[in-house]
Design a protein. Structure first.
Length: 357
């Protein structure tokens, strides 16, 4: 029988992106051997280096080139000598928006063997998922500045909430809650932001009537950040707008130990376009080239990619291998208190995956 084959576009990017992507590929290829599928990796060198050489992060037909793949596997982009908005708006945002990746999914889990900065937190107590709206909201291009450089200068940035855009991300979050502990929390700020946020709340309330089996609550973003720290065990699925989801999804990983572990998926749930999987962290220029980056965020993102491709058994096995390697505690990178290198940790997880249960 022919092996089930998936075509994956790989964009390692800059800095530690290149180092951790290699480990992600190592672990996923190993899973393919064990579970009987094959990943065909095609590399794209698009990065800040491309920008410095060509004035563009990716070629004009970049999205067309990526479109035919089953999924995209990204490391991280960003370099100190290139402004961050160039790398973000030149590559990540065009892919997320062009491919209608309107859900940014970020699981937060405290693993045994990782010390949380919160005292009294036990490994099985923190296990939730953040669903961030990824296509519109506060991160819009609409706005501008006038009277630049004078005392009369004005800067305006518009927030865009569309009924379609809000409803589709809420729908994804409700459906996801149904597969978990049936509890959905919405991030709002309808006391201060008086047009878009009451609209968001209204859509949330209306949709909740279709999901009587899901327990819902909502908090203003300010107190919600406090609850993330004081009661991280309260949450199952948390849904937020682009900005609120962005903030929560850096806070979440911080609460469970290291940003180096956190994965994410940029999903096009309708599957009209490829989805993109990448760690939450950036290119970490401060540790790039030293072989000390934690590859778990990338490897776990790879597991999410396999799940999206319908390879749930392999995804479960990789997540288990991550958990058991961390619990054993023999191989750790410096950010989680050890002195192992990136490839030593990647290799340990790849071989832990060998034990079928
Ligand atoms: P960062 O995530 O790259 O680094 C923040 C801190 O966490 C640094 O001290 C870094 O050493 C540490 N860290 C990050 N990942 C780690 C890992 N895997 N193992 C061990 N330690 C790790 O965020 P920062 O410094 O704000 O941004 C650096 C560059 O990355 C910027 O150019 C930024 O624009 C870009 N960036 C790109 C992202 C992406 O490609 N999706 C996301 C976030 C930032
Ligand atoms: Mg962020």
């Amino acid at each position: 029988m022919a092996l089930k084959t998936f075509r994956i576009a790989v964009i390692p990017g800059d800095g530690i992106g290149k180092e951790v992507v290699a480990e992600g590929i190592r672990v996923l290829d190993e899973a393919g051997r064990k579970f009987g599928f094959q990943l065909e990796w095609q590399f794209f060198g698009w990065s800040c280096e491309t920008y410095l050489n060509t004035g563009k992060m990716m070629p004009d037909d970049g999205l067309e080139q990526l479109r035919k793949f089953d999924a995209l596997f990204l490391g991280a982009v960003g370099r100190p000598d290139v402004p961050d908005h160039v790398s973000l708006w030149g590559l990540l945002i065009p892919v997320r928006r062009g491919f209608q990746q309107y859900v940014n999914l970020r699981p937060i889990r405290l693993f045994e063997g990782i010390e949380s900065p919160l005292k009294n937190c036990k490994p099985d107590e923190i296990d939730f998922v953040i669903v961030r709206e990824n296509n519109e909201g506060e991160y819009s291009k609409i706005g501008g500045r006038i009277f630049e450089g004078t005392d009369d200068e004005i800067a305006i940035q518009e927030t865009v909430f569309s009924r379609r855009g809000v409803n589709r991300v809420l729908r994804f979050a409700f459906d996801l809650a149904r597969t978990r502990k049936k509890h959905l929390t919405s991030a709002t700020k309808s006391n201060g932001i008086i047009h878009t946020m009451p609209f968001w709340d209204e859509c949330f309330r209306t949709m909740s009537r279709e999901y009587p089996d899901i327990r819902t609550d909502q908090y203003h973003i300010d107190i919600l950040t406090a609850h993330f720290v004081r009661h991280p065990d309260w949450f199952d699925v948390v849904v937020g707008s682009n900005l609120f989801g962005d903030i929560l999804s850096d806070l979440g990983p911080a609460v469970v130990g290291s940003i180096g572990i956190a994965p994410s998926g940029n999903l096009n749930p309708a599957r009209e376009f490829p989805s993109m999987f990448e760690p939450v962290h950036g290119s970490a220029p401060d540790i790039a080239g030293k072989g000390m980056a934690n590859p778990i965020g990338q490897i776990w993102s790879g597991a999410m990619m396999l799940r999206h491709l319908g390879l749930a058994e392999a995804a479960d096995a990789i997540e288990k291998a991550i958990a058991s390697t961390l619990a054993q505690g023999k191989v750790r990178t410096p950010d989680i208190g050890g002195n192992a290198s990136t490839d030593e940790l990647g290799t340990a997880i790849a071989s832990a995956g060998q034990n079928r249960n």
